[in-house]
Ligand binder design. Structure first.
Ligand SMILES: NC(=O)c1ccc[n+]([C@@H]2O[C@H](COP(=O)([O-])OP(=O)(O)OC[C@H]3O[C@@H](n4cnc5c(N)ncnc54)[C@H](O)[C@@H]3O)[C@@H](O)[C@H]2O)c1
Length: 340
């Protein structure tokens, strides 16, 4: 069988992770081309990756390269246009979180993929991480009874790219860093957001606050799910000490903790240093296996014609949560979410 030919669009930080995986770690896939608005970067990265074809926009790639699927790793405000162009060309879509800037864009992406009969998978890789996956299975199996409280936090080590500091192009830290927590909570508990209240502040990056008036670098979100479960999301970026992604679900009959600061079981202890353990320097290291597993799942779904485990609808629901939280930050009051 011919390999699924993947084109990675946006060959920055996340793009390189996915391009490397599609090239080396995904059976049944080949990396056919890369696209970046910065053509010099596209050329340089194509050379590093051993790919012949590189372009400066998705339209050229769809026109001139033979591709079956794209992986969207561009800034959030470009996702919808790229995904819709791919769908029109009957090309399958893997899209990094956050799905889009607005719910309208997300809905247009879902519609376009549905109409063209192509797969639209969202990049919520935590669902493919062994710890998060096992926790979900145990919760679903009733091990901790019915969920009562759920907490999820993400703290990033360094500042994201500049476009992600501007709420107008990214929806801010809650979108860029904490989209995963919004998805994790609804996935772990199996219910949708009913009401969200959020507080945010700039407590570290005062220069960015001057440049981008809506910028914040710390946030707390309290929420209520439709099944009555109460939840909390915490975000902070940059924290400098490393990447930190943890969650906890308290049920009527027990508790499940997911994730830890330490990345291996190796701990040393000397008189001068005390206990020393290593932590995760960044998201690439913490979720290395999960990025590979989600890419494999995407290609498997294309080959077998299956619905992906993480859909555009999931991307839209997480985005609704982020937007409600930002609205609450701006208005100072809780925001109710509609729908079922
Ligand atoms: N799942 C994760 O853990 C994870 C981690 C990091 C980033 N991301 C997501 O990946 C996406 C990209 O983030 P990043 O940190 O890699 O950003 P980045 O700024 O490092 O890279 C984005 C690249 O896209 C290029 N670009 C911009 N507009 C373009 C366009 N219209 N067409 C083609 N190329 C274009 C830029 O030149 C840049 O090289 C975002 O949605 C982000 O949230 C996800």
């Amino acid at each position: 069988m011919n390999p699924v030919r993947v084109c990675v669009v946006g060959i920055g930080r996340a793009g390189m992770v996915h391009a490397t995986n599609f090239k080396n770690n995904v059976p049944g896939a080949s990396l056919a081309a890369v696209v970046d608005a910065d053509l010099e970067l596209a050329e340089e990265r194509a050379k590093d990756l051993g790919v012949d074809l590189f372009f400066s926009d998705i339209f050229q790639a769809l026109d001139r390269a033979e591709i079956d699927a794209i992986c969207i790793t561009t800034p959030t405000f470009t996702h919808a246009e790229i995904a819709i162009a791919a769908a029109k060309a009957e090309v399958h879509i893997f899209c990094e979180k956050p799905m889009a800037l607005t719910v309208k864009e997300a809905e247009e992406m879902i519609q376009a993929a549905r109409k063209a009969g192509v797969i639209l998978q969202m990049g919520f890789m935590r669902r493919f991480d062994p710890a998060f996956r096992v926790a979900r299975e145990r919760i679903e199996g009733g091990e901790i009874g019915s969920p009562m409280l759920v907490r999820s936090l993400t703290r990033g080590p360094g500042l994201p790219p500049r476009w992600a500091c501007d709420l107008r192009t990214s929806n801010g830290m809650l979108a860029e860093v904490n989209s995963h927590d919004f998805d994790t909570i609804r996935w772990l508990v199996g219910s949708e957001f009913e009401r969200i209240y959020a507080e945010a502040n700039t407590l570290k990056c005062f220069d960015l606050k001057e440049e981008f008036p809506d910028f914040y670098d710390n946030a707390i979100v309290s929420l209520r799910l439709k099944n009555g479960t109460l939840g909390m999301i915490e975000g902070s970026c940059p924290v400098d000490y490393g990447y930190d992604a943890r969650a906890e679900v308290l049920g009527s009959e027990g508790v499940i903790l997911i994730g830890e600061l330490q990345d291996t079981a190796v701990v040393s202890c000397t008189k001068s240093t005390g206990l020393v353990a290593s932590n995760f320097p960044g998201w690439r290291e913490r979720f290395r296996e999960a990025y590979i597993a989600e890419a494999r799942h995407f290609v498997e779904c294309i080959i077998e014609g299956k619905e992906p485990k993480v859909t555009g609808e999931d991307g839209k629901r997480a985005l609704e949560g982020v937007l409600a939280a930002n609205k609450s930050i701006q208005s100072g009051v809780p925001v109710s979410l509609g729908g079922s």
